[in-house]
Design a protein around this ligand. Sequence first.
Ligand code: GAP
Length: 525
Amino acid sequence: MADAPAQPSVMEQIVSLCKRRGFVYPASEIYGGLNGFWDYGPLGVLLKNNVRDWWWQNMVLAPPIGPDGHPVEIVGLDSSIIQNPKTWVASGHVGGFSDPMVDDRETKQRYRADHLMVAAAKVKRKDGRVDELGLVSVLSGDNALADFEKRVDKMARRTGGGQVLVPEHAELTPYTKLDRAAQEKVLGPDAAQPGTLTEPRAFNLMFQTYVGAIQDESAKAYLRPETAQGIFLEYKNIVDTMRVKVPFGVAQVGKSFRNEVTPRNFIFRSREFEQMEMEWFCHPDDARKWYEFWTNERMNWWKSLGVKPEKLRLREHETAELAHYSKMTVDIEYLYPFTAPDFGELEGIAHRGNFDLTEHQKHSGAKLEYFDQDRKEKGESEDKFRYLPNVIEPASGLTRAVLVLLCEGFTPDESRPSKMFMRFEPRFAPIKCGIFPLVNKDGMPEIAEKLYMDMRRQFTCEFDAKAAVGRRYARMDEIGTPFCVTIDGQTREDQTVTVRERDTMKQERVSLDKVLPYLRERLGL
Ligand code: GAP
């Protein structure tokens, strides 16, 4: 009997939905795509902008209340993607921003060494004997164990058959954790022969370009790998022009670029992505207090997106893991379908000390010390009122936040024609309401269009007069639209419409002239 076709994984279903419904497309797809690059389609850009605006609202326009009971002060910035290349020497990115990379001499493929998972291939033969077939590697992710089983099964068939003894998830060891003697015996993920993987080498992740017409060393520049450095470069201008006083923050949302060795897991790790970063400048004596404050605030912010608390956790970095600039870092992690049962990074909150201002002061010659008038007036000593501020940095990925909302929203439901729906919090749903005339006649389209014209001034809505109403509801479920309003035969008689709620699928009749306030209240807008 033929094997039943394998069920697509949750991640495969999400990726397929994103393409089918215009959330995320592979970039330059008609040319075969480009690994690690994605385009946000008509619905994806709405979803992304909603998250971006919510971050900006909660960081810049209405920032949290500080420990002293007053709102903290944060200003915004939109700095250049390309900066003077000395920036990246000072920041340590030219010297040290690298990942361990491994090449396969047989297949010419390149992998991130810490993403190669290795285990011993063991097969139980028909006579009960257990044979070891060597060390086999697969790429990490939700398919790692299944991929491992498939590879070893093929090896077993070639050598007399038998049952693959699949290791536990925890028995998969990253390639980087093996000693060189073991690394030399590993079968690469796409190789036919073992022992073809090289030793891991550092690979700088910055994209290079040239500024101006002449392409020589002196014209070399970089696409920024983080938005943070633009903030440090403008710190002095902001202090001099904006009447801000330490402690204060500078927030920025924008594109960053990293030539990731193995971009993977859909938009989780891409080569072009967006970050939402805030640099919080504070007195060195208060840095620890603010580090804890921002850790707590940022965790609450992720919960405000509707992410289930049990799918979020905090993880402190061990000393060996800390980035070169960091005194301490805590990651906010999410239980992604492809990392489960492990969690994966969503945001890092780093205590950067005065690393960046010290380095930029040294490399640029600009004086970046802060003169703290309040502390001077309080009679504090000069080393307390003239100082380089410390920085606490909550740094998150906007495109990663989109991925979290897609994973969190994806809700299988066999009872619906769409077999699933996207349970977005209404605030983030790309379309808040679908407006449907039941049929395209009897005055229904005219009433529906008038409602659409009124509604679109207040929130995103979509007028749809095509196909059976069930098909229209199904599409709205797939894109996570919280409400649909249908104008039907009864509307002309009693001036009411049907409002259908996405999560419960319950329908209610609401008076046409009350439908806007009714929806606004339920959408929480
Ligand atoms: N300024 C500090 C900094 O950039 P990071 O941990 O390298 O720290 C911050 O990046 C956040 O940016 C990450 O937590 C993640 O959400 C996002 N991010 C980093 N690399 C990414 C990539 N290749 N693709 C998508 N998002 C990424």
